[in-house]
Design a protein around this ligand. Structure first.
Ligand SMILES: Nc1ncnc2c1ncn2[C@@H]1O[C@H](COP(=O)(O)OP(=O)(O)O)[C@@H](O)[C@H]1O
Ligand SMILES: N[C@@H](CC(=O)OP(=O)(O)O)C(=O)O
Length: 502
């Protein structure tokens, strides 16, 4: 009797599809010898995500509404996919013709769709989701063709209709019940691939409230996570252009080291406070199902990457595949031994910065107002959808750090309201510096060391806060000091952690 192959869900980001389609094909081929891969891709970006297909589609939607030139944007998307397909699909001309016809059909439909939106002068969140789906469709048609062109049997799976038209998205939010329903639908859709490797659109349908509003950019990570949960995969791999999660952003701190394992809580804090390596909703889903997440590099597939997992005693985290793929029986015991031999170190795990921060100070002028003061402040911010990243309080004073991607109109309104409670001042062009690490709970004096290190480097601290989780100590400094702060803290507080030789 042959054993079923272990399942791996592999997510490839837009820039990886844009720059390294052959690497993706090679990696999938290599894994498919021993494992059963499901490939999930985002929309192509030839250079940066900011200039990629999804951004272009959103711009085209804006242009259609403002009677602008959306057609030339669609033509640029069409040309990009047609030219790349001609360049990369070299072995099978029938396959290329089929792909070009499919690309043209998709772009023609999009043009008609936007023209109709212009006539009715409206693009609802649902319509915008449909427009965005074109990016992942084109990308996955292309990737499936690249694989088939090299004799790797692949099947394009379109998830844009995975939530049926009749499904009442108004009665539910993005809650547990919806995710369970969606997960079951995803598993059904993937079955269409049969024995071939599914190449699945990282766009998963028109969701309650709209995908862009509810999940935001980077939704493909979540899509891959839900597929991993539905298939009870052995590992979710997020392939990027960085070797994994580092002790600090490697572009900013040359001495940053690769972290070989990290907890979901730490990874969430890092993502939230400026080191976005994985979409925040992703972790919750897979960790609940005890599936490890591995961050890997498309340019260096032999590296072990960073594994995100709550603990190492459990089944899934210790039996996950390494690259190059080897049989599970060979893998389990050496990996277990390697993990148990690693010393437990009480150190911060990483340091990160989040730019474009505004600090808002409210000082209540009436002592007798302290009762309910904080409740009122947060209520009025909440009503205007102003999200507070950090907070530091006393009975009558509150300092809050907010990201500046807020609505200026709502912010101004909030200031007017807040002035009814006392004096208010606002400082802009600041930055949050966060030290993150699960071992910091037991590290006496770590906060003191953090602040004295910044003081020695002549960096003025505007605000200090320590999260309830105790795995994050943050402060706010001037934006111009961000890079210096990151480097001095890294140098002083992050002594070598276990690194993976690559
Ligand atoms: N602690 C960190 N570890 C790894 N990368 C980080 C960290 N902080 C910030 N980054 C940055 O996040 C980026 C994410 O990688 P990349 O694959 O390029 O992103 P994307 O998949 O969004 O296109 C890298 O360019 C890296 O410089
Ligand atoms: N294409 C979408 C979804 C996504 O996840 O992209 P990426 O994996 O390239 O971050 C976006 O740009 O938001």
């Amino acid at each position: 009797m042959t054993m079923a192959k272990q399942k791996i869900v592999m997510k490839y980001g837009g820039t990886s599809v844009g720059k390294f389609p052959e690497n993706i094909k090679d990696i999938v081929e290599s894994y498919s010898k021993h494992y059963s891969p499901v490939v999930v891709c985002s929309a192509r970006s030839t250079d940066t995500k900011a200039e990629g297909t999804t951004t272009r589609l959103l711009t085209a939607a804006d242009e259609a509404l403002t009677k602008g030139d959306y057609i030339s944007i669609i033509e640029a998307i069409r040309d990009d996919h047609v030219n790349t397909s001609k360049d990369k699909i070299r072995n099978n001309s029938a396959l290329l013709d089929e792909l070009l016809a499919a690309i043209n059909k998709e772009c023609d439909l999009l043009e008609k769709f936007l023209s109709a939106s212009q006539v009715i002068d409206e693009i609802s969140p649902r319509t915008l989701d449909s427009i965005m789906s074109v990016g992942e469709k084109l990308s996955c048609m292309f990737m499936a063709a690249v694989m088939n062109d090299h004799g790797l049997p692949a099947h394009y799976v379109d998830l844009s209709r995975v939530i049926p038209i009749g499904y009442d998205v108004s009665k539910t939010g993005l809650d547990k019940e919806f995710y369970s329903y969606l997960t079951a639908q995803l598993v059904e859709a993937i079955k269409a691939a049969g024995d071939k490797i599914p190449v699945v659109t990282g766009f998963f349908g028109v969701v309650p409230g709209g995908l862009l509003n509810g999940v935001g950019r980077g939704y493909t990570d979540l899509c891959a996570a839900l597929i991993a949960v539905g298939l009870q995969a052995d590992e979710l791999q997020i392939w990027k252009e960085v070797d994994g999660i580092f002790t600090a952003d490697p572009r900013k701190v040359p001495t940053a080291r690769l972290i070989d394992r990290i907890t979901p809580e730490e990874a969430s804090e890092l993502t939230y406070y400026g080191s976005e390596v994985i979409h925040p909703f992703t972790m919750e889903q897979v960790i609940r199902a005890r599936i490890p997440i591995r961050i890997k590099n498309v340019m260096n597939p032999k590296g072990n990457g960073t594994i995100i997992f709550p603990d190492f005693e459990s089944r899934a985290g210790t039996e996950t595949p390494l690259h190059p793929p080897i049989a599970v029986s060979e893998l389990s015991s050496p990996l277990l031994a390697a993990i148990s031999s690693q010393p437990k170190m009480k150190l911060p795990t990483a340091v990160t910065t989040k730019q474009n921060i505004i600090v808002l100070n409210v000082h209540s002028n009436k002592k007798n107002q302290s009762h309910g003061f904080l409740a009122r402040v947060f209520d009025l911010l909440d009503k205007r959808k102003l999200v507070v990243d950090l907070i530091s309080t006393s009975e009558v004073h509150v300092s809050m750090a907010l990201h500046s991607n807020l609505s200026e109109a709502s912010f101004k309104e909030a200031l007017v309201e807040l002035r009814k409670y006392g004096s208010v001042d606002v400082t802009r062009k600041l930055c949050i510096v966060s030290l993150v690490g699960k071992e910091m709970k037991q590290l006496v004096g770590i906060a003191g060391k953090m602040f004295s290190t910044l003081a020695e480097a002549n960096i003025n601290i505007e605000m200090i806060s320590q999260g309830a989780s105790e795995i994050n100590i943050s402060c706010v400094v001037d934006e111009t000091d961000a890079l210096k702060a990151l480097n001095v803290l890294h140098q002083r507080l992050l002594v070598p952690v276990m690194t993976t030789s690559t």
